[in-house]
Design a protein around this ligand. Sequence first.
Ligand code: ZN
Length: 133
Amino acid sequence: MKKIDHIGIAVKSLAKSGELYEKLLGVKSYKTEVVESENVATMFFGVGDNKIELLEATADNSAISKFIEKKGEGIHHIAFDVDDIEAEMLRLKNEGFILLSDSPKPGADNKLVCFVHPKSTGGVLIELCQEVR
Ligand code: ZN
């Protein structure tokens, strides 16, 4: 893994939290994007080399609505930038980590992504992401 790419934060309202993060970070969001397959709307902020991703559910069965029901708004996942997502998935699988998909899926912000189950990582949902080249 190369570096932390972004931190994902589950929010009830992108509009409301977007304003809050604009004030907090002192920068405007550079992108909003809906990821249909995950039932989420996302908003990205750049902070130095890193990014903050706000996530709002677009359907009741979205992982984000379930997360907020259980834990409330807050940090949802940490995403690591990788060069070769398939190789990294294989490496983690061989180390005994539980991957949430068998192959990389299209994610927000021009990435291929795969999530690692929090029960295999000490309670933190981890996202691998590789820039689509
Ligand atoms: Zn993410």
